[in-house]
Design a protein around this ligand. Structure first.
Ligand SMILES: [Ca+2]
Length: 179
């Protein structure tokens, strides 16, 4: 009986190992809570090939309505972000990232701090983000379809910074995923 049980455990271990080396899986990368602020933009290299795939930065714009500190997100190269009406869609656990959605490069800032003569206020879809997800699609190789995935971020208004937690994407091109 003891021999059979041990044999079963060995079989179970082997089958688990088989699962982890499946080519059809989610690739995860911990970003270690990188902070992006006025002095520290960040170029995110998803696949570690030396080319930045997404750029997080800030810009300061002054006009008649005041000074605007904008937190911008730019998909570089052939990469795109899931957006609706030029705003990056705020995603939560359980939401899906699908090839059927609308992806673009050109989007409004994630959040903006505006200072006028009379007031200071924040605006933008991401100004209160707390562990929420940016849906992206990434071109890892010119001869295959996009890989779909997410970048988890939080916004720290008090310290005027964006925090990048981690990212994940489907290892199989053309496949959507659930967060
Ligand atoms: Ca890259």
């Amino acid at each position: 009986m003891r021999t059979i049980t041990l044999f079963s455990i060995v079989l179970l271990t082997i089958s688990c190992q088989d699962e982890t080396i499946s080519p059809d899986k989610i690739i995860y990368k911990d970003l270690g809570n990188i902070t992006v602020d006025y002095y520290n933009p960040y170029r995110l290299d998803v696949d570690g090939d030396g080319n930045g795939d997404f750029v997080f930065s800030t810009s300061l714009l002054n006009n008649a309505s005041g000074g605007h500190l904008q937190f911008t997100f730019y998909p570089a190269l052939a990469n795109h972000v899931y957006a609706h009406r030029d705003e990056v869609v705020v995603l939560n656990p359980g939401d899906r990232i699908s090839p059927d959605y609308d992806y673009t490069k050109w989007i409004q800032p994630l959040a903006t701090k505006t200072e006028s003569d009379t007031e200071i206020y924040w605006h933008g879809a991401w100004m209160n983000a707390s562990n929420q997800y940016i849906g992206v699609r990434i071109k890892l190789s010119s001869n295959e379809d996009y890989h779909y995935g997410w970048i988890r971020v939080s916004f720290d208004k008090a310290n005027e910074r964006l925090i990048l937690h981690d990212l994940a994407y489907h290892s199989k091109a053309g496949e959507g995923m659930v967060i």
